[in-house]
Design a protein around this ligand. Structure first.
Ligand code: SF4
Ligand code: SF4
Length: 102
């Protein structure tokens, strides 16, 4: 019985397409709504700090005075997009990592 099951698997796997992709020649396309990483359009930022206050993992630190700065600790980020939704200037975006490969 077991031998028959193994034989069935061998035949099926011999004639079926592989389940894996031939990476890197065959790259998986990104999908809608994917949250790959956070980016900022720095020139639009007004350093209001709303994003930092909304961030649940304290990944953002924004200062306005004495110097304007926007800092992001990537390894703290949980990709929740709360900062993206809260930003009044719409300068934060979640972008795909998959599209960067190639
Ligand atoms: S909420 Fe937007 S405008 Fe305000 S500091 Fe954050 S990124 Fe800049
Ligand atoms: S995506 Fe979420 S965890 Fe990452 S910086 Fe924005 S608010 Fe913080």
């Amino acid at each position: 019985m077991k031998l028959f099951t193994i034989f069935k698997d061998i035949v099926r796997n011999t004639f079926s397409k592989p389940y894996t992709r031939n990476y890197p020649t065959e790259i998986r396309p990104s999908f809608e709504g994917e949250r790959g990483k956070l980016i900022i359009e720095g020139e639009k930022c007004i350093y209001c700090g709303i994003c930092a206050r909304k961030c649940p993992s304290n990944a953002l630190v924004v200062t306005k005075k004495p110097d304007q700065s926007w800092q992001f600790e990537r390894y703290r980020c949980i990709l929740c997009a709360a900062c993206v939704e809260a930003c009044p200037k719409k300068c934060l975006h979640m972008v795909s990592r998959l599209d960067e490969r190639g």
